[in-house]
Design a protein around this ligand. Structure first.
Ligand code: DC
Length: 234
């Protein structure tokens, strides 16, 4: 980015390929990639494992008391484009992508004190620049002065199909994977993410919209690189 290492904020709906494009971009620009959704997923897993999420909902008092014991770190291999998330030193990358965490994460991410803590950690990660971060509130709350803000989207059906293909590719023998269940999860997360009071998912005024429903991965990446060039940022 013309000498200076900038900040690129990528927001948008769930399962629309934000992380894929963010990783590609980080590799081309030699930036660090941070998956902010993985942080909310890590808190959710912590809550599930520590009896904080139960039949009667979330024990917020208990979560608040333990919030500072939750240490989230990443190991990112830019060449392999592999990002691994760790919770208190233990790799949780597989576990946080499952449907159980996916079904609970929106509720955890509506809690104000959780969001404040995550935003604080994210801002600390980006303070030197040279970062591509994806999420829901990156351009609006975490980095309102980001050098480039993108808002990505695609139809719920396209997103559910992609997510289903991904899960099937990882676990071909898993007969419990259902496109209908995934579509419901995508729609319900869209609803919760965009209607919550605390930092709802919304497009920043100065964000560029990228609807990738009919775009290939290389086309998306090129589209962003063209914007960066036009703005003299790459
Ligand atoms: O990007 P993802 O699907 O892994 O995100 C998981 C959940 O976390 C999603 O339901 C919304 C929430 N999230 C959020 O509220 N704010 C962010 N910056 C990132 C994710």
């Amino acid at each position: 980015m013309s000498g200076k290492k900038g900040v690129i904020a990528i927001d948008g709906h769930s399962s629309c390929g934000k992380s894929t494009v963010a990783k590609d971009l980080a590799k081309v620009l030699a930036y660090v990639y941070i998956d902010s959704g993985a942080m909310y997923r890590a808190v959710t897993l912590f809550a599930m494992k520590n009896g904080i999420i139960g039949e009667s909902g979330i024990d917020e008092q208990n979560l608040k008391a333990q919030l500072n014991d939750i240490n989230i770190t990443f190991k990112y291999d830019a060449d392999a484009k592999l990002n691994e998330t760790f919770l208190n030193g233990e790799s949780i990358e597989e576990e946080i992508r499952g449907l159980e965490v996916s079904n609970n994460v929106s509720a955890i991410s509506t809690i104000a004190f959780v969001r404040h803590r995550m935003v604080e950690l994210q801002q600390a990660m980006g303070k030197e620049g040279g970062i591509v971060m994806d999420g829901r509130d990156i351009g609006t709350v975490v980095f309102p002065n980001a050098d480039l803000k993108l808002f990505m989207t695609a139809s719920p059906e396209i997103r559910a199909q992609r997510r289903c293909d991904e899960l099937m590719a990882k676990n071909p023998a898993d007969t419990s994977i259902s496109l209908e269940a995934i579509l419901q999860n995508v729609k319900s997360r869209d609803h919760i993410d965009s209607t919550r009071t605390e930092s709802p998912l919304k497009q920043a005024e100065d964000a560029l919209v990228l609807d990738n429903g009919n775009m290939t991965k290389p086309e998306q990446l090129q589209w962003i690189l063209d914007v960066l060039k036009e703005r003299n940022l790459a």
